[in-house]
Design a protein around this ligand. Structure first.
Ligand SMILES: C[S@@+](CC[C@H](N)C(=O)[O-])C[C@H]1O[C@@H](n2cnc3c(N)ncnc32)[C@H](O)[C@@H]1O
Length: 233
């Protein structure tokens, strides 16, 4: 794989439904009326909660298809890794939403629990599907909107420009309306990858409008922007 995959270095966590709404500037109407593909879904509660509310969300992740026990082990180990890592990194984050590290872990654990409770049924129903970016195993225009957070641009140390360009091409292919990506800076560097502008150029060459928008969600300092990609026909 381009960029080299270091899966054990990429934590298996998930944001909550409420965090997704804020990260991606979603409205209640969006969730009620649009179809979504979320990748990587990780241990997010967005697919489970949206499904409970009558929404249509398919989530993909490279580890989906693994056993429930394996994903629970990955999820709980990742929470411990966050607890260990956050001690020294507190200063780089805005804590108004979580309060402190215990509050952050509590919210992440709520997302993980909701994901685990939904996983086996959702896997059987095709709402959780194995997906190894840069490929997406869905047909052209399969959903209205693709949401992708905390993989692209987050780990430039593992994923190169070609991985980003190919992943975004796959997402644009399956999205009828839009692709939204969050955040636009690295988790370790707090900077946009050096190839960011070239990735934007590749989207325009595909015939897309690509614009950076500020969102309400702001935990990692500087990580309050999403990339909004619209197909121009
Ligand atoms: C930091 S988590 C983000 C999960 C989720 N978006 C959230 O709410 O936080 C990163 C996820 O990327 C997944 N992943 C890593 N490489 C992948 C790839 N090539 N294709 C799809 N998923 C991948 C990992 O399994 C992990 O669940």
């Amino acid at each position: 794989m381009s960029g080299g995959l270091k899966l054990d270095n990429i934590i298996f966590t998930g944001r909550t439904y409420e965090e997704y709404v804020r990260m991606f500037n979603l409205t209640a109407d969006d969730v009620a009326t649009l179809t979504f593909f979320v990748c990587p879904g990780g241990a997010s509660s967005f697919p489970a909660v949206a499904h409970q509310r009558g929404g249509h969300v398919v989530a993909g992740d490279i580890v989906y298809g693994s056993s429930l026990a394996d994903l629970e082990h990955r999820g709980r180990s990742s929470l411990e890794a966050i607890r260990g890592g956050m001690g020294g990194a507190r200063a780089g984050y805005h804590w108004d939403a979580f309060g402190d590290v215990d509050g952050l872990i509590r919210i992440r654990a709520e997302a993980l629990d909701a994901f685990l409770a939904d996983y086996e049924q959702g896997l059987g129903e095709g709402r959780y599907i194995p997906c190894s970016l840069p490929s997406v195993p869905l047909g052209e225009g399969a959903v209205d909107m693709v949401l992708s957070d905390h993989l692209l641009f987050t780990y430039p140390q593992f994923f190169d420009k070609a991985f980003h360009v190919e992943s975004l091409e796959s997402m644009v292919r399956v999205a009828r309306r839009e692709v939204r990506i969050f955040p636009l800076i690295g988790s370790a560097t707090s900077l946009r990858p050096q190839y960011f502008d070239e990735v934007m150029d590749s989207l325009r060459a595909l015939g897309c409008e690509a614009a950076v928008e500020t969102v309400a969600y702001h935990f990692q300092q500087g990580a309050n922007e999403m990339l909004r990609i619209r197909k121009v026909h």
